[in-house]
Design a protein around this ligand. Sequence first.
Ligand code: NCD
Ligand code: ZN
Ligand code: ZN
Length: 394
Amino acid sequence: QVIEAEGLLVLPGFIDSHVHFRDPGGPHKEDFFSGTRAALAGGVTTVLDMPNTQPATDTREHLYEKAALLASKAVVDYGLYFGATDTNIEEAASLANEVAAMKLYMGSSTGSLLVTEFSPIYRHFKTFPLDKPLVVHAEDEQSLKYFGALGSQDHNQSRPPLSAQIALSRALAIAEKTGRVLHVAHTTTEREIELILEARQKGVRVTFEVTPLHLFLNEEDQHRLGNFGKVNPPLRSVSDQTALWRNFAAIDTIGTDHAPHTRAEKEQPYAQAPSGIPGVQTLLPLLFNATIEGKVTLAEIIQRCVVNPARIFGLKRKGALEVGKDADIVLIDPRQAYEITDQQMLSKCGWTPFAGTQVSGKIQQVFVRGVLAYAHDTCLAQPGSGKPVSYEAR
Ligand code: NCD
Ligand code: ZN
Ligand code: ZN
């Protein structure tokens, strides 16, 4: 097979370590085929899927049922998270080597997973294998309720940075006490980054994720986007957004928090509209374009979207080939410019907050484990060709 790549750049396939593909339970928003196909079109060849599906991925049975259901649908490789509940402490620990990580929601978001009491949080931190990532959604339920109760329709007023800082401080303190590895999902404010870096200084084993949403959008966009900009944590001030770029060197992973909801769901009144925004297909295009604009280097984005996620989540394959070293390849034309549109989106939700954005760098071909899976706007891969990843024992 001869690959014509003159004038193109060769990148490793990206790893999106934070997606919500809604399978099982939310097929009208996304299913594992539509979600992985959107990933593939965006040059993402491995995804880690969150546990807030229906039923939640919070028991051995639910994990195995989900794994069996997804096997015939994927077109990129994938791993699954296990979701913490008040009571599944031992069960979670016993499944550690079969999942990418455990996810613990300290504040409520889409779905029913939530652990707010100190005791179960502490026991999960202590019992889940210490070297295996525990990923926290660090928003504080008490302050969410308090500020939510003010009845404000303004997203930023009802969800102040404070809510994330309280939960994050708790998580960092418990991680320090237990000596465990902690990965903070969707870090959005300058203060949170300060808290994480201070903790790191003290020897706390903490890494953190930033989303493209919070890198490329802010509360000004929230006004323009309305509910289509409603997300947990919310879009932040320009000054917090700027702080993410200023601290780019410290960011460990960039995960999209791809969280599709239908237009109809988003068009409900503010209070009823679900939180979450799709993003798996626009991750690489937006970041690649940022390299063209000179905001970051290609090496810096590959570090955060391939190398670090593979290391943090201990991703490997049967046969011991590491992700990113097994011919997951993206060919991109750096000169070809185009406009991102809703119509291009392969997510079932069919919209993107980045519609209308001009970017340079058109994805031409994507290979998964050496096999041409996507070429010139067409998905060639068959459902079921995407395989579960395996994990370093920890
Ligand atoms: C996510 C979803 O819809 O699943 N929503 C969101 O606003 N980010 C859940 C989450 O990551 O909190
Ligand atoms: Zn979250
Ligand atoms: Zn999420």
